[in-house]
Design a protein. Structure first.
Length: 264
């Protein structure tokens, strides 16, 4: 249902700093696929997500969402169909606004909202229900400004906002990497829960090999702007961290040895 064909993206084209970040990526994402995306620094993972979301224009190729070619759609238009959560908890929410105002904004995504302003009473009930599943007791703090929340609370709220109106695709770019290990685990569990409940089609970038294997039904590895591994189902389930490291080694050789400790 999401078809990516021959996606090419170059930065600083024609200059000495030219970088070919995506070198003809093709990927068919099925409805309900939860794909973990791995690859070393500079492999093109964030660029792929940015190109899908429309943050960067592409040089060539096509992106189809449910048979609709969105390749030339501006970012704001794609945001009606695509949700994102970044590494930085500050990016997905608006600090000076209250929790309920943030949720109200998220609830309007892709909807015609006419003259309706502010937070409706009927919305509050929905927000309380949704917030209670986070187990962070935020349901009693609807009027608190988001700037008061901890990084983990804020990232959990961002996830909720990203999925309040079901997106056609959810893009997660190392969204737990900036959190302490315990909070990261909680946010990861919440991620899994939201994805399961709504059968969300998801691409999740991570540097954690174990996580990449444990989560999702499919795993892709990028290297130098290409997909060099694409496994799903039983094949993925049978893979070990060592298998993945071996793949890294094959493409990166000696250079990879120094990174090895960072990857596990
Ligand atoms: N806005 C930009 N301007 C110029 N070059 C960029 C830009 N964004 C990415 N690049 C370059 O494109 C290549 C791919 O970068 P990208 O951020 O997609 O890698 P990544 O796989 O997400 O890496 P990391 O694991 O470090 O986040 C890199 O060489 C990077 O320097
Ligand atoms: Mg990145």
């Amino acid at each position: 249902m999401i078809e990516i064909t021959d996606l090419v993206k170059t930065f600083h084209q024609g200059s000495v700093n030219e970088v070919l970040a995506l070198s003809g990526i093709s990927l068919q994402v099925r409805k309900g696929d939860f794909i973990t995306v791995i690859g070393s620094n500079g492999a093109g993972k964030s660029t792929l997500l940015n190109c899908l979301a429309g943050s960067y224009p592409i040089d060539s190729g096509h992106i189809l969402i449910e048979d609709q070619d969105v390749s030339r759609w501006p970012e704001y238009k794609r945001a009606t169909q695509i949700s994102r959560v970044f590494q930085d908890p500050l990016l997905g929410t608006c600090g000076p606004l209250s929790i309920e105002q943030n949720l109200a904004l998220a609830n309007r995504r892709g909807k015609y909202h006419g003259l309706k302003r502010g937070v409706q009473r009927s919305d509050r009930e929905l927000f309380r229900n949704q917030l209670s599943q986070l187990n962070l007791e935020l349901e009693s703090r609807l009027k608190d400004s988001v700037g008061l929340l901890s990084g983990g609370q804020r990232q959990a709220l961002t996830l909720l906002m990203a999925t309040l109106v079901k997106p056609k695709i959810l893009l997660l770019d190392e969204h737990t990497a900036a959190l302490d290990p315990k909070t990261a685990l909680q946010v990861l569990k919440l991620t899994q829960q939201l994805i399961d409940d709504q059968h969300l089609t998801t691409l999740m970038v991570t540097h954690n090999m174990r996580q990449a294997l444990q989560l999702g039904n499919r795993l892709i590895m990028l290297h130098a702007g290409r997909v060099i591994l694409d496994v799903s189902g039983e094949e993925k389930a049978a893979m070990t961290v060592e298998d993945l490291l071996e793949q890294f080694y094959k493409v990166r050789g000696e250079e990879f040895v120094s990174d090895r400790m960072l990857l596990v």
